[in-house]
Design a protein around this ligand. Structure first.
Ligand SMILES: [Ca+2]
Length: 240
């Protein structure tokens, strides 16, 4: 089969317009939770949703509240929670999900998190591991993680980012995606309080923020039409 060679001056911009429009969206905030004002509740609604997104509550069910102001905070007095497997079994995880409207898809870039930690005995280290419904919820399914060691009893307003831009399963996703942030002890002593949020500070800023891009899912006929238009352009130019 002979593949027609495009005339030299066929504008590449036409190609970009036809095929690239769906893939050029910039990563932006698509959903967020700000825990300012929370006291003891372990469930908080999203404070921001993109117009094409429905975001669930941020919640945790397996532990009791530590009543740390402006956070969702839990008491974790179990030193045996020292692996992702034990954390998942004990429901040591925060959970939240986003659903994108029909006809659209999400490409996830990263998740920013503000957190606070408390330890009765130091030094203590907690590791946070991110899992998703798309990539699995077993202890072999971590898609991003980070750790924090502390040598004082309380640290507040720490920040970190789960970079998931390289997870192919989380690019171009339709429907609903649930995320779980599990946490477990990886240091000399156990962390006793784990919180999302800034502790005693009220700042009006997001404490969990999902960044990514939302694009319309192209119809199959969209590409077929684009190909026909290009072939037509080639033929017209050949006749000249
Ligand atoms: Ca905040």
């Amino acid at each position: 089969m002979n593949v027609p060679i495009l005339p030299r001056k066929t504008p590449l911009i036409t190609l970009a317009a036809l095929f690239g429009a769906a893939f050029n969206a910039q990563a932006v905030n698509i959903a967020a939770w700000d825990l300012d004002g929370n006291t003891s509740s372990l469930t908080m609604p999203a404070t921001y949703e993109d117009s094409l997104i429905t975001a669930s509550d941020l919640s945790i069910t397996g532990l009791s509240s530590a009543n740390w102001p402006n956070t969702i905070s839990v008491v974790q007095n179990n030193g045996s929670i020292d692996s992702l497997a034990t954390a998942l079994a004990a429901e040591n995880y925060f959970t939240f999900s986003v659903s994108v409207d029909a006809g659209n898809e999400i490409s996830f870039d990263d998740i920013d998190i503000i957190y606070s930690l408390g330890a009765n005995t130091t030094p203590a280290t907690t590791t946070f591991a991110l899992l998703s419904s798309v990539t699995g919820f077993t202890d072999a399914d971590t898609i991003a993680s980070f750790s924090h060691e502390q040598t004082t009893s309380n640290t507040q307003g720490l920040s970190d980012t789960f970079d998931i831009s390289g997870i192919s399963e989380l690019q171009g996703v339709t429907g609903t995606v649930e995320f779980r942030i599990a946490f477990f002890n990886t240091g000399e002593n156990a962390m006793t309080r784990v919180a999302i949020g800034r502790g005693f500070n009220v700042d009006g800023a997001n404490d969990i923020q999902i960044n990514g891009s939302i694009t319309a899912v192209p119809e199959p006929s969209y590409f077929a039409c684009g190909a026909l238009v290009l072939i037509g352009v080639c033929l017209m130019r050949r006749r000249r």
